[in-house]
Design a protein around this ligand. Structure first.
Ligand SMILES: Nc1ncnc2c1ncn2[C@@H]1O[C@H](COP(=O)(O)OP(=O)(O)OP(=O)(O)O)[C@@H](O)[C@H]1O
Length: 368
């Protein structure tokens, strides 16, 4: 069976991967063009690390096809499995896993030396990369004398020293504190851009998508449920998970002539110019700040008016987010100013009315 007959492109310069691990409920196909960065999101246990393991070769899936550029690294159908260390695929996880007995420079020199580079060449590569990740001053230290953020930068330099065709980052910022993470993110963004690296970044932080990625994939329940440019996924999400990343409200259901009939029976009316045909799976998406909150039923005739019960009230930078439950629709978040929240006495269990103008609601096809 050829790659094409399995529905996979046969050649190309980018990444083509299908990872199937039935005992983990994972069946994921991913592709990526050269020089592009993909951010992968998904709930805990969705299968993100399993996919990276399959691509990097540290995991041997039952069924897999991995091609990076013109090299087929795994093809279980024809028995091809290139060992992890010969893939030119670098996997960088939360734990930097530096060699404890080597100093920082020797850690970075290790890959070029193993690839047959001279001592002088390896030294040049290490010094350039340590400089790029702003770690030149630690060159002679042992890993045990580095902070978490310093070790993460050295681990990045070490990964790049192997000149990988593909860089896989598994929550690279997760173990870092709130001051170090933005620094590493900025550094990673400039390194990836400058070196035109193809990379897949698994993350829970939308800032990583904004700073590092060109494209986003959402994995849920072992499947890719949403895929698109960072802009499209964050401005017009099609899954509840992507909507929560983007900070938008999303109501799932089926398309009607005028909007979306939610699973629980209520209807949200909206702009249907990009909607699928009536009866198809659809989502209604709107911004919490487009939701008006009242204590009494509003007058006039906005199309979407819902009686709601406040569940939680949280504040952020002078704005207040009110999450409420609406019968027949589900949970809706509204954002108001702190002044308005005080005036309306918005506290948990308050009974309120929510209204959203139909022109503020985008109706489009639901995710995969
Ligand atoms: N070593 C393992 N052996 C068996 N099952 C595993 C193993 N590692 C993960 N799993 C299971 O495989 C599924 C996918 O896990 P995976 O670690 O890939 O998810 P994830 O999306 O990376 O999650 P997280 O965001 O929590 O890191 C889960 O159901 C998990 O329990």
């Amino acid at each position: 069976m050829t790659a094409a007959s399995r529905g996979e492109p046969e050649s190309g310069d980018g990444l083509q991967a299908r990872i199937v691990v039935p005992e983990r409920g994972v069946d994921v196909s991913l592709d990526l063009a050269p020089g592009r960065v993909l951010a992968v999101f998904g709930p805990n246990g969705a299968g993100k690390s399993t996919v990276l393991g399959g691509i990097s070769g540290v995991l041997r899936p039952e069924e897999a096809y991995v091609r990076v550029g013109s090299r087929v690294l795994t093809d279980t159908a024809s028995g091809v499995v290139v060992p992890a260390h010969r893939r030119r695929v670098a996997l960088l996880a939360q734990d930097p896993l530096l060699f404890p007995h080597l100093d920082v420079r020797a850690n970075v020199e290790f890959a070029p030396r193993s690839a047959g580079r001279s001592r002088r060449e390896a030294r040049g590569i290490a010094d350039r990369l340590l400089d790029a990740v702003d770690a030149a001053e630690f060159a002679t230290r042992r890993p045990s004398a580095l902070s978490g953020g310093q070790a993460a930068r050295v681990a990045l330099a070490r990964a790049l020293a192997a000149d990988p065709h593909l860089l896989l980052l598994d929550e690279p910022m997760a173990a870092l504190d709130v001051e170090t993470a933005p620094m590493l993110r900025t550094l990673l963004a400039s390194v990836l851009r400058r070196e035109q690296r193809m990379a897949v970044v698994v993350t829970h932080d939308v800032l990583d998508a904004l700073a590092l990625a060109d494209e986003v994939a959402v994995i849920d329940g072992g499947r890719v449920v949403e895929r698109g440019s960072v802009h499209d996924v964050l401005t017009a999400p099609r899954s509840g998970f992507a909507a929560s990343l983007a900070g938008l409200d999303l109501v799932e259901g089926v398309a009607t002539e005028t909007g979306v009939r939610a699973v629980a029976g209520g209807e949200v009316v909206g702009d249907t110019s990009r909607a699928p045909g009536p009866g198809e799976q659809a989502v209604a998406v709107f911004a919490p700040r487009a939701v008006s909150v009242y204590r009494d039923a509003p007058h006039g005739s906005p199309r979407n008016v819902f009686a709601a019960s406040v569940r939680s009230v949280t504040t952020h930078a002078g704005f207040v987010t009110i999450r409420s439950t609406v019968d027949g629709i589900g949970e809706i978040a509204a954002e108001v100013t702190a002044a308005a929240a005080t005036e309306l006495e918005l506290v948990p269990e308050a009974q309120v009315w929510l209204s959203v103008k139909a022109t503020e609601v985008a109706v489009h096809p639901a995710a995969g």
